[in-house]
Ligand binder design. Structure first.
Ligand SMILES: Cc1ncc(COP(=O)(O)O)c(C=O)c1O
Length: 379
């Protein structure tokens, strides 16, 4: 079946008890036993519940994985993947990862004996140089948040396979509709489902998609032991969001490109970073490995003052953290999403004071452009 058909039907069969086409929200913490040692497959909602099982089935199918596990946030899913490793293991990460991943690794997991190196993974030679005999995982985000750097997944996968190193890819910015890391050689995919998979900005969630049964077993153990599995209502919301993922992403692609072109042609904008533009440093890689360019872009206005003026004058775009929803969100990475990244590192990876990040929604694009145009006039 095609992607949209799978998104609507896999794991989303009518409720066996009532025939409801949309399965109900199983809002219960516990499940009755028929007799000692015999239940209907569920005992306690931390361990598992029907809404979680359904969503995990859909997501595993859409990413082409062996199995998927869903968590209370993207960070909880990423944390569970890092917990597959042991003290003394070394992990190479994209230097421009989401600020929360930088914080989790450098301020928390480092105290549990994991070692981290941050490099520009868009240059495969940098990854090779960073590898050590104890390197166990390469963790890449592509495109990166918010600098939109693109990493060649197949090239890094080849390098990882040859050295018996696991490759994990954060596919949040594009969703499996636009990028399929497992087909390109990744072993693990992670998502902040808070973004495109849910698509409606009404819950947080994360997913880890595995290709190897032994990883799946460990992640399920972590999920049910540490207790960060996603709750019934939130699973229901993401399952509902997924049903329109294909049509939403088509519209996101169109709007993303139109807004990027508008900004690139605007005199007040110094630079637009969007993988769909020929001016993007990894445009060719993006063209090759992505099915579309998505709707995340960043642009530089040259100074904090200029960025502030724009952010304080937009009317339709909402000044808010997060991304990937139907509504357009605008943010200032240096002071918002990436505030936990030290200023010298921000500078090194290209997060300038004038950088603005845009998550282009699926509104009428003329309205978005008009809003940005009137706010840019105030800069
Ligand atoms: C690329 C990326 N990965 C992971 C996360 C973390 O996800 P969550 O906020 O759902 O914990 C984010 C959050 O913005 C993100 O942008």
């Amino acid at each position: 079946m095609g992607f949209a058909t799978n998104a609507i039907h896999v794991g989303q069969e009518p409720d066996p008890a009532t025939g409801a086409v949309v399965a109900p929200i199983y809002q219960t913490s516990t499940y009755v036993y028929e007799e000692l040692g015999k239940n209907k497959g569920y005992d306690y909602a931390r361990t598992n519940h029907p809404n979680r099982k359904a969503l995990e089935k859909t997501i595993a199918k859409l990413e082409g994985g062996h199995s998927a596990y869903v968590f209370t946030s993207g960070m909880a899913a990423i944390d569970s993947v890092f917990r597959l490793f042991r003290p003394g293991d070394h992990i190479v990460l994209s230097e421009a990862v989401y600020g929360g991943v930088y914080r989790l690794s450098t301020q928390l997991l480092v105290h549990f004996g994991l070692e981290f190196s941050f490099v520009d993974t868009s240059i495969p030679a940098c990854v090779l140089t960073a590898m050590r005999p104890n390197t166990k995982l390469i963790y890449i985000e592509t495109p990166t948040n918010p600098t939109m750097r693109v990493t060649d997944i197949a090239a890094i996968a080849k390098m990882a396979t040859e050295r018996n190193v696991t490759l994990a890819v954060d596919n949040t910015f594009l969703s499996p509709y636009l990028q399929r890391p497992i087909e390109l050689g990744a072993d693990i995919v992670v998502h902040s489902m808070t973004k495109y998979l849910n698509g409606h900005s009404d819950c947080t969630g994360g997913a880890a998609i595995l290709t190897r049964p032994e990883d799946a077993e460990k992640i399920y153990f972590i999920q049910r032991s540490a207790g960060a599995g996603l709750a019934p209502m939130d699973c229901f919301l993401v399952s509902r969001g997924l049903k329109t993922l294909a049509v939403r992403m088509e519209r996101h692609n169109q709007n993303g490109m139109a807004v990027a072109k508008f900004l690139e042609g605007h005199a007040k904008v110094k630079r637009v970073i969007y993988p769909g533009l020929a001016s993007h440093a990894q445009h060719e890689v993006a063209k090759r490995q992505q099915r579309g360019f998505g709707a995340m872009l960043s642009f530089d206005l040259g100074s904090l003052d200029a960025a502030k003026r724009l952010l304080n004058h937009v009317k339709l775009c909402s000044l808010a953290e997060s991304l990937g929803g139907v509504e357009t969100l605008i943010s200032h990475p240096a002071l918002m999403t990436h505030a936990s990244v030290p200023p010298d590192i921000q500078k090194q990876i290209g997060i300038t004071e004038g950088l603005v990040r845009l998550s282009v929604g699926i509104e009428d694009v003329e309205d978005l452009i008009a809003d940005l145009d009137q706010a840019l006039a105030k800069v």
